[in-house]
Design a protein around this ligand. Structure first.
Ligand SMILES: Nc1ncnc2c1ncn2[C@@H]1O[C@H](COP(=O)(O)OP(=O)(O)OP(=O)(O)O)[C@@H](O)[C@H]1O
Length: 589
């Protein structure tokens, strides 16, 4: 069989360089599943490929192949890669790659590229100038950067139209988007210019009432969202629809209530457009998913977006001696180098943790002393953020041992902060983006809290609170707008239902819909309480003038927001209000 191209079910097997070169002659899109001989092609994705093959029905321009990394010279950089890799070749050029069996991402990429091919074939679009990607060996020093190139996040642009904004549907639409596992990466509200409308809606420019449509779109505020698939969250496989009969959206309050129920889930691999259509809300929100157009509109609406999305997080650690003696010096350097400290935490490492962190030195004479030193007092763990942050921190701190730094990097922080008794770099930085993610999860495990924006908060105040939440680094993991009946309110305020003032709390809550959210980040419960400020807005104004209650609270009852008091209460209320929610964090299972 070696050297022969063989059709197995839907994927051709490429197992030598000449078959690879031959494959590059394919017209249209070829999806290449790069596999390792020892583990075989990715079985989990076969179902997706089969589905797409049938649904798209494009035998001439859609091909699937499996290629064995070790036997093809071009694929050498991927040898021994543990994760599956999917390459996308268009007319013989590898235009992009996705690491990991991320079905929604792969699905969307294929649909986008095939849609482009169809448009090109129909003369509706000129073939873009593809930038062919280069493969970098994951063992090389550039691994961090290479990984960054590989993270092929797929974005969509969604425009919530003025008629939806003015009739108060914005939050409900955003709530649906978030509940389905999409992530709103950026948003802006503005009155679109005529040119922007014409550009975004160029495909319907020939329709007879287009000019009226342009007028409508330019006479009120629209919301523009950049939405991505949440890579971490697999949407549920099966669709559960709370009320399948209700196909026609209505403008009534009943409709609003229907839209607020979060029980309609995204089908596996739905695109944002498909999802909104199935939710009967696509008439309020238009979506652009074509990669080329999305990039263009991101540049127009969010010119800083790309530089922001290049920001990298890394874990940094100041070992005990350095933390005690020179913390300020290190902080000054961190600031001067343009890093933002996202989180920081003092931690006394257990022996086991120190041994895991210092595993690379376990055969050295000094290993015992090293572990003793590492466990002797608090270390400081930091999460740093900066463009190219991971690599930059590694370069700053230098090699992991003083001996090595003396040989080749005298200007490194390793030398600057070296002590006679300690042969190891007093500073640590993650080795790769994957390692950084795991280490950050370890040192800063995410926690969930339940947050509420009370009905009296105005639309503008709500928006400002969302900005404060984002700015503070929370993820809004779930969100719904609901009228809190007594039954619902009891689930949140179960600890105060016997208080005299509880009837007043219920009255305040009955004045209109509240926004209920699950906020997620390290230390979420106390962080959210800190952002809220003291219960009484008057006290908040004195003690915490920047807090939400100081800014927007009116009275103790109308204090704008609520948050769980402790982790236990957060877990209980989240379970009661978001019954379908399964926390990712083991601490909360
Ligand atoms: N003495 C009071 N009189 C009137 N309303 C009160 C009083 N104490 C609390 N409340 C209202 O009840 C809500 C819940 O009370 P709780 O004792 O749980 O307050 P909290 O933990 O300080 O704040 P929250 O739980 O809202 O974050 C408060 O946010 C406030 O609106």
């Amino acid at each position: 069989m070696a050297g022969k191209k063989r059709e197995i079910q839907l994927q051709a097997v490429i197992n030598n360089q000449s078959l690879w070169d031959e494959m590059l002659q394919n017209k249209g899109l070829t999806v290449i599943d790069v596999y390792q001989a020892w583990c075989g092609p990715c079985k989990a994705m076969q179902t997706l490929f089969r589905k797409l093959k049938t649904e798209l029905n494009e035998d001439e321009i859609l091909h699937f192949v499996v290629a064995e990394a070790n036997s093809i010279a071009t694929l050498q950089p991927f040898r021994d890669n543990c994760e599956p890799i999917f390459l996308f070749s268009v007319n013989g050029k590898i235009v992009t790659k996705i690491e990991g069996a991320n079905a929604p991402l792969v699905n969307q990429k294929i649909i986008n590229l095939i849609n482009e091919e169809r448009k090109i074939a129909a003369g509706e679009m000129v073939r873009p100038q593809y930038h062919e990607i280069t493969f970098v060996d994951s063992d090389t020093e550039d691994a961090g950067e290479a990984f960054n190139e590989n993270v092929d996040q797929l974005y969509s642009i969604a425009i919530i139209k003025p008629e939806a904004v003015i009739t108060g549907k914005t939050i409900k639409i955003k709530e649906k988007i978030i509940s389905a596992g999409f992530v709103i990466q950026a948003e802006d509200k503005r009155v679109l210019t005529e040119n922007q409308v014409r550009d975004f809606y160029s495909q319907i420019a020939d329709e007879p009432d287009f000019e009226d449509f342009v007028t409508l779109m330019t006479t009120g505020i629209s919301y523009i969202l950049v939405v991505s698939q949440d890579n971490k969250q697999e949407p549920p496989c099966e669709e559960t629809v709370s009320n399948p009969e209700n196909k026609e959206p209505k403008e009534t309050s009943e409709d609003q209530h229907e839209m607020a129920t979060p029980t309609v889930m995204r089908k596996k691999w739905d695109s944002l457009q498909e999802y909104l259509e199935r939710q009967n809300i696509s008439q309020f929100c238009d979506v652009e998913e074509n990669t080329t157009n999305v990039n263009k509109f991101i540049d127009i609406f969010f010119p800083d977006f790309k530089s922001i999305s290049k920001l990298e997080k890394t874990l940094a650690l100041l070992r005990p001696d350095l933390f005690q003696e020179k913390k300020e010096d290190v902080f000054n350097i961190i600031q001067d180098e343009g890093f933002k400290i996202l989180m920081q935490r003092e931690i006394v490492l257990s022996e086991e943790e120190a041994k895991t962190l210092c595993k690379e030195y376990e055969n050295e004479d000094y290993f015992g002393n090293l572990i003793e030193n590492m466990t002797s007092g608090p270390s400081l763990a930091l999460v740093l953020l900066r463009e190219n942050g991971l690599q930059h921190w590694k370069e700053l701190i230098g090699p992991s041992t003083v001996e090595e730094a003396k040989e080749r990097l005298l200007e490194s922080l390793c030398i600057q902060f070296a002590t006679k008794s300690f042969p190891i770099n007093q500073l640590y930085g993650s080795d790769s983006l994957e390692a950084a993610e795991m280490e950050i999860q370890y040192f800063f495990p995410p926690q969930n809290t339940l947050a509420l924006i009370k009905p009296h908060a105005t639309h503008e105040q709500r928006e400002e609170i969302f900005s404060i939440i984002k700015e503070a680094g929370f993820d809004i993991t779930q969100m719904k707008e609901i009228l809190l009946t007594k039954e619902q309110a009891d689930k949140i305020y179960f600890k105060i239902t016997n208080k005299d003032f509880y009837k007043d709390v219920l009255e305040i809550l009955s004045e209109g819909p509240s926004v209920v959210m699950i906020l997620t980040k390290w230390n979420a419960v106390s962080e959210w309480r800190r952002l809220m400020g003291p219960t009484d807005p008057e006290e908040a104004k004195l003690l915490s003038p920047d807090s939400i209650r100081a800014k927007f609270g009116i009275t103790v009852l109308k204090n704008c927001v609520h948050g769980s008091s402790n982790i236990q209460e957060a877990m209980e209320t989240i379970n009661r209000i978001f019954e379908e929610f399964v926390p990712e964090n083991s601490e909360e299972h």
